[in-house]
Ligand binder design. Structure first.
Ligand SMILES: NC(=O)c1ccc[n+]([C@@H]2O[C@H](COP(=O)([O-])OP(=O)(O)OC[C@H]3O[C@@H](n4cnc5c(N)ncnc54)[C@H](OP(=O)(O)O)[C@@H]3O)[C@@H](O)[C@H]2O)c1
Length: 361
């Protein structure tokens, strides 16, 4: 296809304001690829950034989940060809962000979408698939060998692992990946309507966070050794988790800590310090960490293999099923982006990902 010299991108340009801006279409460096971005998925980070300016320098192009077609490659690119349909998590620079018609990214930030899967399905994976591997290894200290040796049994096979927010996109991938590595005692905390699917993904126990005695219910299952808090809500997850874990437990909380959630007329408040959340006290000896997926590539093995090899293989082999999608329609790119932002604010994605078209084919 002819590559333009400029294209349209969706940026947050001031608090709670999205705009369509025109940006130069970059030429890939030797190790980069240029992607015609056809589909993206909105994530809570888009909302955090648009509504609170979190880690934003205006104008700031949003989005980190890409699915599209490779239209140009640098001279040293080896694993991807022009015409390939790829998916990837890309966040390092503005030119690589997802909510724009063309994005330039390093080759290691994508995988080829396996046959039989649509871009809409595939684009639900990248950021949260990567988040799960990063959290399990860097924050909880688990091993996730790839390829997985035959008869692999994880060291903590019989330890109770709590996945709080099992219905979130991260939670769904976490449960499926934990099952694959052989963890046998997974508690998923989610609304009751998601319990059946979460059990089919590998949850051993399913509990509902809307129950007032949720902490007691968790405690009756035994001593929780590991926690993945996929929500990071000060009162909605961090506080109840702090009441059930004991010395020796490891808790990984997905940042930011949401002190006050964004709403139509509510200005959000976020925190980045998981050890000092107002109203929360941790028993001495509990190890609490804030997850920062944006550093996952410091693990050289993951940089080389997580998105290019492991992610497409796990999708192809059915080890992970994509999140369900809620397709956001609209006649322009800006309209779709704004509708997706509104849906995030109103929390319309329950057990599903908000997915929308970026460029026309
Ligand atoms: N720091 C990092 O590196 C990093 C990386 C990825 C994501 N994150 C953060 O992780 C969070 C989750 O992201 P996501 O994309 O997975 O979210 P998501 O899919 O949009 O999560 C939506 C789900 O959250 C559940 N939920 C809401 N409040 C809950 C509560 N108090 N307890 C249990 N479940 C609750 C709802 O479940 P029900 O339908 O059951 O009510 C809903 O289905 C976001 O804040 C995101 O920014 C951080």
């Amino acid at each position: 296809m002819p590559i333009p010299t400029s294209h349209t991108a969706i940026a947050t340009t001031s608090l709670r304001t999205l705009s369509a801006i025109t940006v130069p279409t970059p030429i890939p460096s030797a190790t980069e690829i240029l992607i015609h971005v056809l589909w993206t998925a909105s994530t809570p980070l888009d909302l955090h950034q648009n509504d609170s300016g979190l880690l934003v320098k205006y104008p700031h192009i949003l989005g980190d989940g890409i699915a599209g077609t490779v239209v140009s490659i640098g001279e040293n690119v080896q694993r991807v060809e022009v015409g390939d349909t790829v998916f990837g998590f890309s966040w390092l620079k503005q030119e690589g962000k997802a909510h724009q018609e063309f994005a330039v990214v390093e080759e290691w930030m994508v995988g080829v979408i396996p046959e039989g899967f649509s871009m809409q399905q595939a684009v639900t994976l990248p950021n949260n698939f990567v988040t799960v591997f990063h959290t399990l290894t860097a924050d909880l200290g688990f091993e996730t060998p790839w390829p997985k040796p035959e008869n692999f049994v994880p060291q903590n096979e019989q330890d109770l692992i709590l996945v709080w927010g099992g219905a979130s996109s991260v939670g769904q991938y976490a449960i499926q990946i934990l099952r694959y590595y052989g963890y046998g005692k997974i508690i998923a905390v989610a609304s009751a309507r998601h319990h059946e699917i979460l059990r089919s993904y590998g949850a051993t126990y399913t509990l509902d966070y809307n129950d007032t005695d949720i902490e007691a219910q968790i405690q009756t299952l035994g001593e929780v050794k590991f926690v993945m808090d996929c929500i990071g809500s000060a009162t909605g997850s961090v506080l109840p988790i702090s009441k059930v874990v004991k010395a020796g437990a490891k808790v990984a909380i997905l940042l930011p800590v949401i002190v006050r959630d964004s709403g139509e007329d509510v200005q959000p408040v976020y925190g980045m310090d998981v050890e000092n959340v107002d109203g929360v006290s941790w028993e001495e000896g509990v190890e609490v960490r804030g997850v920062r997926t944006h550093f996952y590539h410091h693990n050289e093995f993951f940089k080389e293999h997580l998105q290019p090899d492991i992610m497409p293989a796990m999708l192809k082999e059915g080890i992970v099923e994509p999140n369900k999608q809620k397709i956001i329609e609209g006649s322009t790119l800006l309209e779709r982006a704004e509708k997706a932002m509104g849906a995030l604010r109103r929390k319309e994605a329950r057990g599903e990902r908000l997915v929308w078209r970026v460029a026309d084919e």
